[in-house]
Design a protein around this ligand. Structure first.
Ligand SMILES: Cc1cc2nc3c(=O)[nH]c(=O)nc-3n(C[C@H](O)[C@H](O)[C@H](O)COP(=O)(O)OP(=O)(O)OC[C@H]3O[C@@H](n4cnc5c(N)ncnc54)[C@H](O)[C@@H]3O)c2cc1C
Length: 293
């Protein structure tokens, strides 16, 4: 194979560097890499958790391997902190695998699907591509469109970064509406429980993410909403909860904020939303992984 021959004489390195054949290059280590899609059956065994490439692997595409590992780490870290600090029972840790495994499974299929299509694209040049004819022009245009579609997905992957949602979590209080679907490139912001809290700027220019603190944050968009029961329920269980008043008239609130209250978790995913809280104690117990140990 051409690649192997180039590596064995190190000419590929010189080509990349743009140097002559007498430029000294020494190979000090070599590791074979195999492109594959692997997702572990379990992300947890008792007190052991795995995250990052140890739990999921795919062909590097859309810059998402490290991102997914960091997202695993963020998810696991707030759950562990909640339990270690004493405001959540150990059952909160069940949320880690329930939330992250389905997402990384999904991402692994997205990434592999697009990577395979890009590889096919790279390996096949349609006949006639260099013809200076209207047909040649059409072939070039069609190829350009396909390459653009593949690569825009990859390099502007907002859907992958912001569109995923946890749809079967034991610590999310779902309502009757699921979050909208997403592609690698695109997504529709949503306050459906499990989705990422849609970002917006407050009237004073601050990002809403900068004012939500490190615990739960109750975004209150209806100034008549009764928040006392939720605040009391959180306080009595030691759950960190900050109330963040939002003014629809002044702050740049997206249309998807359709409820009077949105409860954000420490990782900025929606834990609950509503206009009234029927049973604040039960809700706080749900989002902290259960009642007291
Ligand atoms: C060619 C390529 C390009 C990539 N490009 C991107 C990109 O653009 N963007 C992106 O987000 N991701 C990219 N990735 C993926 C990204 O590099 C990985 O997803 C990420 O590095 C995984 O991090 P990790 O900490 O989970 O695992 P690793 O980086 O594999 O770290 C695991 C560490 O554990 C050590 N270790 C293993 N066993 C033991 C042991 N028994 N005791 C102690 N230490 C041990 C290893 O030496 C290693 O340092 C790319 C990957 C490749 C191969």
């Amino acid at each position: 194979m051409i690649v192997d021959a180039r590596l064995s004489n190190l000419q590929g390195i010189r080509d990349i560097l743009g140097v002559d054949a007498d430029f000294p290059v020494e190979m000090i280590a070599k590791e074979d890499w195999i492109g594959r899609r692997l997702v572990a059956d379990r992300f947890r065994l008792g007190r052991m958790f795995i995250a990052g490439d140890a739990s999921h692997l795919w062909v590097p595409y859309a810059g998402y391997g490290m991102n997914a590992g960091i997202a695993d780490g963020l998810n696991l870290s707030w759950l562990l902190a909640a339990h270690i600090r004493g405001w959540a029972p150990e059952t909160i840790l069940d949320a880690y695998e329930a939330e992250r495994k389905p997402i990384t499974e999904q991402v692994s299929r997205f990434a592999m699907g697009y990577a395979e299509s890009a590889i096919r694209e790279r390996n096949t040049l349609p006949p006639g591509i260099e013809d200076e004819t209207p047909e040649g022009e059409a072939i070039r245009q069609a190829l350009g469109d396909r390459v653009t579609a593949n690569n825009v997905q990859q390099f502007a992957c907002a859907g992958l970064n912001y569109g995923y949602y946890y749809d079967a979590s034991p610590i999310v209080a779902y309502d009757c509406e699921g979050a909208p679907g997403y592609t690698m490139y695109d997504y529709t912001p949503s306050t459906a429980p499990g989705a990422r809290v849609p970002h917006f700027f407050l009237a004073d220019g601050r990002s809403v993410y900068d004012v939500m603190g490190q615990g739960f944050a109750l975004l209150v968009l209806d100034n008549q909403a009764d928040v006392a029961a939720m605040v009391d329920a959180a306080a009595s269980r030691g759950v960190p909860l900050m109330v963040v008043p939002v003014d629809r008239a002044l702050d740049a609130v997206p249309e998807c904020y359709t409820h009077g209250m949105v409860l954000s978790r420490p990782d900025f995913h929606v834990a609950w939303r509503g206009d009234v809280v029927a049973d604040a104690g039960a809700l706080i117990d749900r989002v902290r992984g259960g009642a007291t140990d």
